[in-house]
Design a protein around this ligand. Structure first.
Ligand code: DGL
Length: 270
């Protein structure tokens, strides 16, 4: 009864950690496409093809349900996968919708018409591909009216994290926050729209300053998966073993993951 968790690299481990805590009885198979990270500077076609290949690899592990723990794939590939590619007995879920439901004070799966919500000024930090897709604004517009979104494409941050360069990642975060604040000096909420960013969340929070509510996805995705599995228990696949797969070099990916998460993670070759 395993569930697959996919990311371009180690960022999705932030989501996996929350999933394991919320659903300790479920085995999760993690797939990091580290050989092709970062996705955030790739074309939509490229992201679609890579995400489909990774999803197929997770099916081979007995995971009929795959969580795209990657905003870039959720923004640039998920809709196309669901509409043109996915067989009827498989499911792929993204990480965007649970976050937007939380931001707009909705219950999971509440599809009622858009309405006014408390938050009016939202800063979105995400990869260049996620920002270019405008998927966040599209999903938000289905649920809320009158929300002003200022998006900052955070070039370089995922790359620095994947290289294990914490100092560079933090410096880039500070400069991206400054750039956004020049355009929106007083955001009420900030969305960390990339699953790598919780690994540098403290730097985001410090640079944003007090009074800005920072939304990151891990716990929201875990709650929404628990709710989904209650409604669709048949989507737990045949797999029985938790494991960590990577297209990159297992030793170096394991050491970076351990460095950022501050707990031991052992990857094997995909
Ligand atoms: N963690 C991915 C996301 O949530 C990073 C994408 C990338 O590889 O650039 O967007």
């Amino acid at each position: 009864m395993a569930v697959g968790v996919f990311d371009s690299g180690i960022g999705g481990l932030t989501v996996l950690d929350a999933l394991q805590k919320r659903l300790p009885e479920v085995p999760f198979v993690y797939f990091g496409d580290n050989a092709h990270a970062p996705y955030g500077v790739r074309t939509a076609d490229d992201i679609f093809n890579l995400t489909c290949a990774a999803t197929e690899r997770l099916w081979a592990e007995g995971c009929d349900l795959v969580i795209l723990a990657c905003n870039t794939a959720s923004a640039a590939a998920l809709k196309r996968m669901q509409e043109t590619w996915l067989p009827a007995d498989k499911r792929v879920l993204g990480v965007f919708v649970p976050l937007i439901e939380a931001l707009t004070e909705r219950q999971w799966g509440d599809n009622s018409p858009p309405r006014e919500v408390a938050v009016k000024h939202v800063a979105l930090f995400a990869t260049p591909a996620t920002v270019a897709s405008r998927a966040f604004q599209r999903e938000l517009a289905f649920r809320a009216i009158g929300v002003d979104v200022e998006a900052q494409p955070c070039g370089g941050v995922v790359d620095a994290i994947e290289q294990g360069d914490e100092i560079l990642a933090e410096a880039l975060v500070r400069s991206h926050v400054e750039a956004l604040k020049r355009r929106m000096p007083h955001p009420q909420a900030a969305v960390l729209g990339c699953t790598h960013y919780p690994l540098v969340e403290k730097t985001f929070a410090e640079a944003l300053g007090q009074g800005v509510k920072v939304y990151s996805q891990a716990n929201l995705v875990a709650e929404s998966l628990a709710d989904y599995l209650q409604r669709r228990p048949e989507m737990l696949g045949q797999g029985t073993q938790s494991k960590f797969l990577t297209t990159g070099d297992p030793a170096s990916v394991s050491s970076k993951a351990t460095q950022f998460l501050r707990k031991g993670v052992v990857f094997q070759s995909a």
